[in-house]
Design a protein around this ligand. Structure first.
Ligand code: HEC
Length: 132
């Protein structure tokens, strides 16, 4: 717990003075989800060419995801903290995006994430909170 608090404080420090809220999402994203997304998804989704409006490049992926509306399904965020059913990213990697009104293919388009990789992303979304 102490470690978590230290990590969070350090995180807020980096984000800067505008961050007047405790953001557990960012700390756990950097630890668990970002390594998977940066490794498996940046061939198409990177800063230079953010495929479908999203980049998963290290250091910038988070800002494209949390509480940001999906391009394909603007009524749903890419990531809604604590709610995978309202997180388009979770639907795209689980191949359930069409059942909620989305379009296009599952992600990644060819091959697949390992089960542990999918779980890391799902667990990050379920476990994170952004307190305003
Ligand atoms: C080969 C290129 C390619 C790779 C690799 C790829 N994507 Fe995509 N992605 C696309 C394209 C093209 C679209 C838009 C068309 C579609 O959805 O099929 C898209 C759309 C998306 C969207 C919808 C964005 C929105 O706002 O509506 C998400 C989320 C997404 N991808 C996540 C991922 C994740 C996570 C990975 C890695 C596991 C990944 N993609 C890997 C090409 C790719």
């Amino acid at each position: 717990m102490n470690f978590l608090r230290t990590a969070l404080t350090a995180g807020l420090f980096i984000v800067g003075s505008s961050a007047a809220f405790a953001n557990t999402c960012l700390a756990t994203y950097t630890e668990t989800a970002e390594p998977v997304l940066a490794r498996k998804c940046t061939a198409c989704h990177n800063d230079a060419s953010p495929g479908s409006g999203v980049s998963f490049q290290k250091g910038s992926g988070y800002d494209f995801l949390v509480n940001v509306a999906s391009e394909q399904l603007p009524t749903m965020n890419r990531v809604t903290p604590g709610d995978t059913s309202q997180s388009y990213l979770a639907h795209k990697i689980s191949d359930t995006h069409e059942s909620v009104g989305g379009s296009g293919g599952k992600m990644p388009p060819s091959g697949r994430l390992r089960e542990a990789e999918v779980e890391a992303i799902i667990a990050w979304i379920e476990g994170c909170t952004v307190e305003q």
